[in-house]
Design a protein around this ligand. Structure first.
Ligand code: FES
Length: 66
């Protein structure tokens, strides 16, 4: 496993960008396959590929707090 620290960046009006070797699991604890080292997690709730972002937040006008 990489020693690189995992970083999670909250993008304004968008997803959470996860960089590094974080293990992502579903509500039951099952591993969610990730194909990229950097992944975007949906936080608007509208993505059709949850837990990942598919860009729908833009069309939906999703807004986060400042
Ligand atoms: S944050 Fe991008 S689709 Fe939800």
């Amino acid at each position: 496993m990489s020693d690189e620290p995992v970083t999670i960046t909250a993008y304004p009006d968008g997803p959470l960008l996860v960089r590094g070797a974080a293990r992502i699991v579903d509500a039951a604890g099952n591993a969610v396959e990730r194909r990229r080292r950097t992944v975007a997690l949906c936080r608007c709730g509208l993505s059709s590929i949850k837990p990942f972002c598919d860009g729908t937040h833009k069309a939906a006008g999703f807004r986060t707090d400042e």
